[in-house]
Design a binder for this molecule. Sequence first.
Ligand code: GLY
Ligand code: MN
Ligand code: MN
Length: 505
Amino acid sequence: MKLQSLRARSRDCSLTDDALRSQVDTSIIQNYHIHLELLGANCDKYPAKQHVRRVAARLGVSHGLIYLEGKPTTYLDDSDQTVPFRQRRYFYYLSGVDEPDCYLTYDIAQDRLILYVPDFDLRRAIWMGPTLTVDEAQESRYDVDQARYYSSLSDDINRWAAENNEHYPIYLLHASEQPTGTAANLQFDAEQLQPAMDTCRGVKDKHEIDQIRRANKVSGLAHIQVLRNISKMVNETQIEGIFLDTCVSLGAKNQAYGIIAASGENAATLHYMKNNEPLADRQFVCLDAGAEWNCYASDVTRTFPLQGRWPSDEARDTYRIVEKMQEECIKRIRKGVRFLDLHILAHVIAIEGLLDLGILKGGSTEEIRKCGVSRVFFPHGLGHHVGLEVHDVSEKSIMAASGEQEDDSVLVPPTSRSPCTFSAPTLEPGMIVTVEPGVYFSRLALQNAKQQPYAKYIDFNVAARYIPVGGVRIEDDILVTDGGYENLTTAPKGEKMLEIIRRGQ
Ligand code: GLY
Ligand code: MN
Ligand code: MN
């Protein structure tokens, strides 16, 4: 047995336990005690060093200092209570640190990542528990070259600047985030770091994919728990309560975004978050809720009836349209595909379905698509990146169109992280995107549509019958792989979902 070579191999984080075991001929070692150590390996640590190297490579420079501030402890207005801590995502990406009041620097030429932790404060330690020590931070917790106390930060930056800053800048995320207590007239660059980081964050590595998979696993279990109990519930509050309870009990203390538990017509409000209305007589619940795992998001929507059967033909038919929109788009996900084309395909399927139901009328699918009327029923984008943010950053929006000349009838105005700008990115392996088509019957949107030129394509009498359905959205998180895609979302949908409601378990 070549223990040395096994040790060396064991540094490779990609080796699974099974793969490791398969390299050992167990028949000859049954009487020996084998002790495997991961020498100097960072397998369990957040890959901060790998991330900062990628960012530096993207910046395309060989010298310079990256300086980032983590989220400080802050207080509620006029209160001695702290704002719930949420680490800044750019800081987390380069450190893996989910603690307040930290800072980092990365000397690009020296390939040296330093984490600065809060100075020891006895009162804070007694009230809140001890903050990180440099030994703990450096040795056991984080993938950094060195940890130092905050009190060293300004001197360290001054020292670096005296030797380098004449020729090389200090890279900041925002111009307003210059280090304090440093020499005057330092040279900063606050333009290039954020785009470089956005590009890197748009493509996830194995560690990040694992976190998003875990977040989805928790969300899936929480969605199941709601389905098991929905037939006994009487108010939207209970849906939110049981979802949260399940996530927190499973160790996911934070949600990736505010829970949307919208019953009946409330589902037509895309980001409905009051979650406090009675469920009686409601046809569907649209539950858009996703747990966070180690700062990584999941984003999951399921739409389901209160009992395990379709509450009306209108509800069933709407569900079927959205189901088809989602299935047809997901199966086309692969590298090189332009996400915007899937968004357009989803509109075409919605239009065909709404024509079949008689809600749309008086034109061909193409005519109707071009006039933009389908946005009355499907007003948002097909999806967005998911990562450290639920609407994650990337080099370019995946909902971007390729040129001014492009038909923009089904594009969505820039309201979030998925604005429509004029560039044309395609999907790459390692991207994780949501595919979340929806069809909604909003009184407000229909009222407004009556004044629009495309009003002639809507049969408002038929549409009125669908208003109690509210809306259907189905949302999964899809990893783009080399060979196609992997659906990371485990929450049941369709018939499996109805079956859980029926059985109550
Ligand atoms: N949960 C927000 C969204 O689906 O984008
Ligand atoms: Mn989403
Ligand atoms: Mn969502």
